[in-house]
Design a protein around this ligand. Structure first.
Ligand SMILES: [Zn+2]
Length: 338
């Protein structure tokens, strides 16, 4: 990915040019919110844009030169007018101490280009105290300061924070040969880029990460167990315990995709467009074993489990519930306890 250092990814051109032209016109807002699902390259663009804003010798297309004193400091992680703020540990929130430090540094005058750039990621990972401290900073912006919030769950931000930021939504790029080629350059030749992009909801970096993180293998194992549950050939409690080895939210998202596909196969069997085309025949067979209402109930159950997983519910129990409901789902729908 180093060839994209300081530059937007190919699918980010429109957002990039919009930002650069506003910057050139002196019309940048005090705060920007980069929103959109994970794997779209929001942080990458925040990084590239911050560097461009601080660069002393910007290139024609608006990208940073990579050679001036400002770029050298930036690349060494020592630029006095740039701060990148993320949780101190994985899984932790951005805390009030960090936000206060940010507010303090914002009051100091910029040392180089006249701008100070602060990036918060993931901005939705703030507790209430930190969010209120940030709100104060956004309410009384210091001239020459640009704050960029990155979030794949902008709905989880305080509405008062959202309303003080200019929103930029990162949408998945349209399918194209160029995009497939971009993915293929980063994964093994045996992979199918269209399938990867479909599984990643169209997010290119997420598509590549599926291979890098071995998630495709986990998905296959989970599907084998999921399928065997309907044939009463596997134990829901054991399958739940095995599934704990994977990323819980990811596992629930796979299930969500399979139910969505089974519903689609039942309601519009002819159009054949599904999220998991590699599992088509097996999903068709499973879809026959449950009626439509039963599938909708399973889908809703998984959706609720995804939000419970985010609030740190007991993962084993959560999965057991989902798998037991699926194993017992009948052609005549059963009531599912949630
Ligand atoms: Zn430069």
């Amino acid at each position: 990915m180093s060839s994209f250092k300081g530059k937007p990814y190919p699918w980010q051109q429109a957002i990039w040019h919009g930002l650069i032209s506003r910057h050139k016109a002196g019309k940048l807002p005090h705060a920007l919110l980069f929103a959109g699902s994970g794997g779209m390259g929001k942080q990458h663009l925040a990084w590239a844009f911050a560097q461009a804003v601080l660069c002393d010798s910007v290139q024609d297309e608006g990208t940073a030169c990579q050679t001036c004193r400002s770029c050298q400091l930036f690349n060494a992680g020592n630029h006095p007018d740039f701060q990148w703020l993320e949780p101190e540990e994985e899984g932790k929130d951005l805390n009030i101490k960090q936000i206060r430090a940010l507010a303090g540094s914002q009051e100091l005058k910029s040392q180089y280009s006249g701008y100070k750039v602060l990036v918060l990621h993931p901005a939705d990972k703030m507790n209430a105290n930190a969010a209120n401290a940030l709100l104060k900073t956004l309410e009384e912006p210091t001239p020459g300061t640009l704050i960029i919030l990155c979030s794949s769950r902008p709905g989880a931000l305080l509405p008062t924070i959202r309303s003080r930021c200019q929103l930029l939504t990162f949408k998945p790029p349209a399918a194209s040969k160029e995009l497939n080629a971009w993915v293929m350059q980063r994964v093994n030749k045996a992979e199918n880029p269209e399938l990867l992009l479909s599984l990643a909801g169209g997010a290119p970096l997420a598509a590549v990460a599926l291979v890098e993180e071995g998630a495709l293998v986990s998905r296959q194992c989970l599907f084998d167990g999921f399928e065997a549950l309907r044939k009463t050939q596997s134990d829901p409690v054991l399958l739940a315990a095995n599934t704990l080895e994977y990323n819980l939210e990811q596992a629930l998202n796979w299930l969500y995709g399979w139910y969505t596909d089974m519903i689609r196969l039942k309601t519009s069997p002819k159009d054949g467009i599904i999220l998991n085309p590699d599992l088509l025949t097996r999903l068709q067979a499973l879809a026959v074993s449950v009626d439509l209402r039963g599938l909708h109930m399973q889908l809703q159950h998984v959706q609720e489990s995804i939000s419970q997983a985010r609030s740190h519910a007991n993962a084993q129990l959560l999965l057991e519930d989902v798998f037991i409901a699926w194993a017992q789902a009948d052609k005549s729908p059963v009531r599912i306890s949630v």
